[in-house]
Design a binder for this molecule. Structure first.
Ligand code: HEC
Length: 156
């Protein structure tokens, strides 16, 4: 348990490095969200080239459980991620309206490029386009919060 926490703390520190520590106020956050949606996040009109099938969803869930679980939990809703709400910006639930209002193309863009200077990493060159598009499919069909349990890295 203790060791798991230290791992989590180290990860949280890595996430914190390079981002401001102060919690943004409600007004500031609203502006930032709007700016991200309108200006920075490109690729709005690109469609997911993968078919929306159980196989694509399964592939996305699998990739997500390797590359995204440490910060977003198995369910994409932060379940079991000890630092999710304690960093700035906090890690959003991927089921939230804020995230779901992005188009598929914008979600792919976010995964490719990450969000600087927050802890959200860029995956371009690390994951294949197919893996990233299957993850987009998974984000559109997230399971009920908590239904997949907690990430192993924090429970062992
Ligand atoms: C090291 C921790 C970390 C990892 C690993 C990580 N993320 Fe994130 N993610 C974040 C943080 C922090 C934010 C909040 C960024 C912000 O609001 O500026 C975020 C935000 C997001 C958003 C919402 C962006 C927005 O504008 O609201 C999506 C979608 C997302 N992540 C998907 C993923 C996917 C898919 C993966 C795996 C390929 C992943 N993340 C891996 C930390 C992480």
């Amino acid at each position: 348990m203790r060791r798991a926490w230290m791992g989590a703390a180290a990860l949280a520190l890595a996430v914190l490095a390079g981002c401001k520590v102060a919690e943004p106020g409600g007004f500031e956050r609203g502006v930032v969200t709007t700016a991200k949606h309108r200006i920075f996040v490109g690729n709005k009109d690109q469609k997911n080239p993968l078919p929306s099938t159980p196989q694509t969803l399964a592939d996305g869930k699998e990739a997500f459980s390797h590359y995204c679980v440490a910060c977003h939990g198995l369910d994409g809703q932060n379940t079991g991620v000890p630092f999710a709400g304690h960093i700035s910006p906090p890690i959003p639930s991927l089921a939230s309206a804020d995230v779901q209002q992005y188009t598929d193309g914008q979600l792919k863009w976010i995964l490719d490029n990450g969000i600087s200077p927050s802890g959200m990493p860029a995956s371009k060159g690390i994951l294949s386009d197919d893996e990233l598009w299957s993850i987009v499919e998974y984000i559109r069909h997230l399971p009920q919060a908590g239904s997949l349990g907690e990430p192993e890295m924090y429970t062992h």
